[in-house]
Design a binder for this molecule. Sequence first.
Ligand code: F6R
Length: 606
Amino acid sequence: MCGIVGIISSKEVSSRIINSLKKLEYRGYDSAGIATLVNGNINEVKCEGRVDVLEQDISKFNLKGDIGIGHVRWATHGKPSKVNAHPHSSDEVSVVHNGIIENSTILKKLLEKKGYTFKSQTDTEVIAHLVTDYLKKNSLKDAIIKVLKKLHGSFALGIIFKKQNNLIVGARRGSPLAVGYGPNENYLGSDSYALKSMTNKISYLDDGEFCFVKKDQIEFFNSDGSKINKKVMNLSKDEVNYDKGDYKYFMEKEIDEQPTTINACINEYVDKLNNQINIYNFPWKISSFKSAMLIGCGTAFHSCLIAKYWMEQNTNLEVSVDIASEFRYRKIKFKKDCIYIFVSQSGETADTYAALDLCKKNKVKTCAVVNVIESSIARDADLVLPIYCGQEIGVASTKAFIGQMLVLYILSTKISFDQKCIDRKEYQSKIKNLLCLSTSAKKTLKQDQKILNIGKVFAEAKGSMFLGRGFSFPIALEGALKLKELAYVHAEGYPAGEMKHGPLALIEEGMPVVVLAPRDEHYKKTISNMQEVIARGAKVLLITNKNKDEIISENIWEKIEVDQLDDELIPFLITIPLQKLAFYSALEKGYDIDKPRNLAKSVTVE
Ligand code: F6R
């Protein structure tokens, strides 16, 4: 989703702004732009499409300047176009914005009455004119305080001023914003990744704060304008060089990395010597919990769903799950003896963050399961459980899903042992099984050629269904989501037992249907449901695990078998062919696999 960058230096900044915008490309965007200040003039270059195009345009314009801001836009107000691309400038200022100004229509009308004219259809342009208007009668700082109070909604802002050649203003409410410290230059960015090639010294703005980024210092203020101090963090440099290696797509690389990321995560939480799970920083007594509430969006929500099955089966907790955008608007009865678990790869998803914020305001216990440990969600939760899968660049979440499930499974197993729901023997046997997961994941990845051919059929389908029961139901939802977002094929994930209550009517001759039927307690029932769809003409891809009993059905179109592991671990393995299926279906259609249309990696608007 939108990303912003700002640099103030004594050297020219445009090429470095472009480099940082390239780092933000993974978030998903449709247009890009840059503005620099040169001798009291703001020069803008904008384009629809990729940062590469912007880079070429900039070299034509020979864009100079040692103060500048840049932006990648994911359209919310107004279609993707050059005129709607940021920065948006007035006679006095130029603004880049990530987020949504909810009262922009009213503000626009007021500003138009005062004689301001608008070039774009964006909500952001009001900020440029509003700042200009307040600057007429206020100091720069007072103007900023007043403007921020006027804006409803969410924003991370970068603003440069025609008459002020010594600062960039940054401000945050809802959308993330980092500042970076360099040698005689300083930076602003939507995330630390955008700034990592320039610095590993970072501070994060909290909601309501703003800052003056100058060449030799950064001043921070709260919403009333009182000066505040911020912690400076030293970030690790290990992810700076994450690239595609020999792969054509990040997604493909990220799927294939999963055996390694599974091991990396297990190594962080499992003490193999003593055969036990360690969560060192757990700040509460496990016995103090009676319930757990898991919250996330999209793929992260699916990992919450599957954790509900594990936790219900293995612990004494009463478990509920919610989609963050629903949770935050429900009338929740917050409980002191509940652990509220927020699952998010990016740690910046606006709805998940708002749900966490709501919990913080209600003073309940919060835990974040995240990949980006410097993220807003990680910074604000009481307990952070990282998934340790390394940077995920492909917009479609793959290795992070496996990582989220893994951490939730580890947490569930630890709670079940601490609550004495399982004895030491069972606990250690679960850990032993977990240690086999990476090897089995590696074997599952080897069925590539077969899935490539199956993908061709799904790519051409009008619609498809993904069915499963028990642990396999959330995986069916995830498989369907992956196919929708990458191959743009309509796909529905459904509990297999629900088919005859309506969706069976959708099945017609040749429709591809994925049936997830591991040899668990639901196996026979799922196989019956499979027969029902086959009888109505469906082309069934059965995904199951190896077993000595042959499956008795002559009409299965294709079959993929994963290793026989503990039933609870099969969800990890059956996820992998579904990720590959979506990948190959999208490949067949020649789609932009790492950046599917209309989607963003970091969803920072609600
Ligand atoms: C799908 C996908 C999304 C994200 C969702 C939440 O492949 O990636 O559904 O899972 O936008 O994102 P995070 O996990 O960053 O909160």
